[in-house]
Design a protein around this ligand. Structure first.
Ligand code: F0G
Length: 481
């Protein structure tokens, strides 16, 4: 939650005690340059020992609660019939209102199963926005992804509360164009990851459901950041201002025929799952679960994580849990915005996203501005962010570059991991970098994998700009920082 101070400022408040810590290192800029060079200017290839604050992702990196850890100790490691699974089912029923549950080892495994069962070659899959693994799975099975966001969703500087909404007129048009039987399902992603963690409204979800159901098209909900989306609905959608997070989540779930999630986010564990009230989908998916994941009662997850997931699902309806990252992100974004740094506004549910097209407008998109900015943030702070732009978008079938809609450096805020002083430090260093932005130049691939190239690709900086940036940094802060 946010707390008002007597001087009128509002700051995010940590509504928890830190009981276990992991030591972190801040190596000097010169060593960071060595680490970055070795990693091919790809932050994915850095090692933890060289990272001060890891804001690569909020996936599997959230702090677990004492009750989650305690639950792991009583897990039932049966291959089949594990009591841990039935505890998960009870939590899913209680919080999500869903009957049938299939665990999977993580979110993309759930996407794989959905694609296997519901996507046929030539199908189209409309959605508010794609996620990297989602698109890969649906396209591998012969489907085509259509992103039906409102045009305004791509304006990075905005006051629109629900840039994750799906444009229902575009949905109507696509159904008319290809025919309802060619539409596998409509997918709604709770806080659109790649365009700044932006939520959709319940009003929009209901409209999508109505139209889809009129045409017998199922709605699939990607609920990976469901409680953050629900928290933002409570804050931004008038009708829900006094609703509980639990009620909002249940209402969202009731709009979907099938939901899946990466348990690594809102659930604060490492795993994933699918759930539905339609036995039909459960029966279609179940036979494939042991082929790709594991038996129904563990689905490729450790039973310890299943226990912790059941607790995490019950905890996510607490405002202080659902809002812990959101309130930090709000502070992070607003403070950078105040300093003139171009960030995605309004703040979303996943990260502070810096708009590289505006931060380094002198770098052409072919030279990966977001990748360069992400590397530069590391060099000037030791903070690891992630490129979410053209590097994260693979080439088309003919090898041509596809320019991403947005070029973002994503500073993810995992739940309950960072303190306010760590966020303040990051704000300061990113603002410093903005003043020295002309030192940042582009990147070029030296090793480019054929699929999801952002994970293992290696790049080199044009004109040796990393060295120049580090020199400027040392001149200001000294060789020790
Ligand atoms: N859907 C969304 C919306 C996601 O953000 C992710 C993962 C997935 C599906 C896939 O889930 O990783 O458990 O297999 N997002 C991570 C991120 C990787 O860093 O944003 P997964």
């Amino acid at each position: 939650m946010g707390i008002k101070l007597s001087d009128g400022r509002e700051i995010p408040m940590e509504m928890h005690k830190v009981k276990i810590v992991q030591k972190t290192n801040l190596i000097p800029a010169r060593q960071r340059l060595e680490a970055m060079t070795e990693s091919g200017y790809n932050t994915f290839l850095l090692r933890t020992r060289d990272i001060f604050l890891d804001m690569l992702t909020d996936s599997g990196t959230n702090a677990m609660s004492d009750n989650q850890l305690a639950a792991m100790m009583v897990s039932d490691d049966a291959y089949a019939g594990s009591e841990s699974y039935y505890k998960l089912c009870a939590a899913v029923k209680e919080v999500f209102g869903l009957e049938y549950v299939l665990p999977a080892h993580q979110g993309r495994a759930a996407e794989h199963l959905i694609a296997k069962v519901l996507v046929k070659p030539g199908d189209v899959i409309p959605m508010n926005y794609h996620f990297t693994t989602t698109r890969a799975h649906f396209e591998i099975l012969g489907g085509t992804v259509h992103e039906l966001f409102h045009d305004s969703a791509l304006e990075t500087s905005s006051a629109l509360p629900f840039k994750g909404n799906l444009d229902v007129k575009k949905l109507q048009a696509i159904i008319e164009q290809v025919g309802a039987d060619k539409v596998s399902f409509v997918r709604m992603e709770a806080t659109t990851n790649l365009i700044g963690g932006q939520p959709f409204s319940l009003a929009n979800l209901k409209e999508v459901q109505k139209l889809a159901n009129q045409h017998n098209i199922p709605v699939v909900l990607d609920a990976s950041l469901i409680s953050e989306n629900a928290y933002l609905i409570k804050q931004r959608e008038k009708e829900y201002a006094s609703a509980s997070i639990r009620d909002i989540i249940q209402e969202m779930m009731a709009c979907a025929d099938l939901m899946y999630l990466s348990g690594r986010k809102s659930c604060a564990v490492r795993g994933g799952m699918l759930a539905t009230n339609h036995k039909k989908y459960f029966d279609q998916l179940l036979p494939w679960l042991p082929v790709y994941e594991g038996f129904m009662t563990y689905g490729g997850m450790s039973t310890k994580e299943i226990e912790a997931m059941a607790v995490g699902i019950r905890e996510m309806v607490d405002d202080n849990v659902a809002g812990s990252s959101v309130e930090f992100i709000k502070h992070f974004v607003n403070e950078l915005d105040k300093r003139g740094v171009p960030v995605v506004t309004p703040p979303g549910g996943l990260a502070c996203h810096v708009d590289a097209k505006k931060f380094v407008p002198h770098i052409p998109q072919q030279q990966y501005p977001a990748g360069a900015l992400s590397a530069a943030i590391y060099l000037s702070s030791g903070v690891r962010s992630m490129e979410r732009g053209t590097i994260s978008t693979d080439r088309d079938k003919d090898g041509k570059e596809i320019m991403a809609d947005m070029e973002l450096a994503r500073l993810a805020v995992p739940r309950r991991i960072f303190t306010l002083s760590q966020i303040e430090y990051t704000i300061d260093r990113v603002a410093w970098l903005y003043k020295h932005r002309n030192l940042i130049k582009g990147l070029a691939f030296v090793e480019e994998p054929p699929v999801l190239r952002f994970f293992f690709g290696k790049l080199k900086p044009m004109d040796n700009w990393g060295e120049k940036l580090v020199k400027a940094f040392e001149a200001e802060f000294g060789a020790e920082c």
